[in-house]
Design a protein around this ligand. Structure first.
Ligand SMILES: CC(C)(COP(=O)(O)OP(=O)(O)OC[C@H]1O[C@@H](n2cnc3c(N)ncnc32)[C@H](O)[C@@H]1OP(=O)(O)O)[C@@H](O)C(=O)NCCC(=O)NCCS
Length: 304
């Protein structure tokens, strides 16, 4: 079975930055409160010229350049997002239109677990031998749905995109195991009323209509900490690799992950939201071109 190795990565954030001190002048909060509970000092926020497409394409372009690939060499684009620019054309198609090529393109919806879930979906196409190369992107512009008078949510969210190129290899590296989980009943703890198919024709007819993200922070925290820790342990155990290096986590607060068995030279990516969790064991050894090759490739892509 071919493995799906990470051969390039990229990221993009909007220029505009909103600091905790900025938020102090907008809602009744303090830098100390935000830092002590979330560790967040500042977040990047989309401006009028940014979009989910522009961030995703920028991250994708960087990942392709690092991998030394062009868009026409990619077989598949998978985008994990909860905030696509359009609901009919997939976000992945909008990205493909920016980057070029004619790869298959579709989205995966798993909210905060979007990137990790999209990564695992893209990898299955490589593991099955159907495709050789995929571009996987996680992107969100959730601040468009944040109420900047609600201190319980506006301090948390920011915008950005991350991307990886994954390629078939016979070496046992890249994605090693995946654990997906969901508890759909948690939908009521993190949602946007009237978003999607339930959007009312006229907000006047629905006094309760608020196109802003609503969150029961305590419940989301309780669920995410538990399931992300459990999923991470399961992903590492599933791979069953011997150990030398401590795993690191893509999210920082699943405290039960401290009980995870370590995994050799590898990482456990884990992500969760109010109702989903995804964890994967991945090995990033030798995934990238040398630093000088990367510099040359990035310089070439900037010129193009
Ligand atoms: C949001 C979160 C940091 C709130 O922390 P918390 O300790 O649970 O805070 P609570 O909601 O219990 O609120 C405690 C008090 O702080 C107040 N508070 C809430 N937000 C505040 C803010 N930004 N600044 C100051 N006070 C705030 C509340 O009003 C409450 O006051 P009260 O006791 O007088 O009613 C925490 O619940 C969390 O991290 N949840 C997970 C959220 C998440 O990760 N969402 C995305 C996942 S996809």
């Amino acid at each position: 079975m071919p493995y799906a190795a990470v051969t390039g990565w990229g990221k993009a954030t909007p220029e505009r930055v909103l600091t905790n001190h900025d938020l102090e002048s907008m809602v009744n909060t303090t830098d100390e409160w935000i830092m002590s509970r979330t560790g967040i000092r500042e977040r990047h926020i989309v401006g009028p010229n940014d979009s989910t497409t522009s961030l995703a394409a920028a991250a994708g372009r960087e990942a392709l350049a690092r991998a030394g690939r062009t868009a026409s060499e990619i077989d598949l684009i998978v985008v994990g997002t909860a905030t696509p620019d359009d609901f009919l054309v997939s976000q992945a198609c909008l990205v493909q239109a920016e980057l070029g090529g004619n790869a298959g393109a579709f989205d995966v919806g798993a909210a905060c677990a979007g990137f990790v879930t999209a990564f695992s979906v893209g990898s299955q196409f490589i593991n099955s031998g159907v495709y050789k190369r995929a571009l996987v992107i996680g992107v969100d512009t959730l601040t468009r749905y944040v109420d900047y008078t609600d201190r319980s949510t506006c301090v948390l969210f920011g915008d950005g995109a991350g991307a990886v190129v994954i390629e078939a290899t016979d070496e046992p590296r890249g994605l090693l195991s995946t654990v997906l989980g969901a508890d759909g009943a948690g939908h009521k703890h993190l949602y946007v009323p009237g978003w999607g198919g339930l959007v009312p024709e006229s907000a006047d007819l629905f006094p309760e209509y608020r196109p802003y993200l609503q969150m029961n922070g305590k419940e989301v925290f309780r669920f995410a900490v538990q399931v992300m820790g459990d999923a991470a342990v399961e992903a590492v155990e599933k791979w069953g690799s011997p150990s030398t290096t401590s795993p690191c986590l893509s999210r920082t607060r699943p405290t039960s992950a401290s009980s995870m068995p370590p995994l050799a030279a590898s990482t456990c990516l884990v992500s969760g939201s109010g109702s989903t969790s995804t964890a994967m064991a991945i090995r990033l050894r030798r995934p990238y071109p040398s630093p000088s090759a990367r510099r040359r490739s990035l310089a070439r892509s900037k010129k193009a």
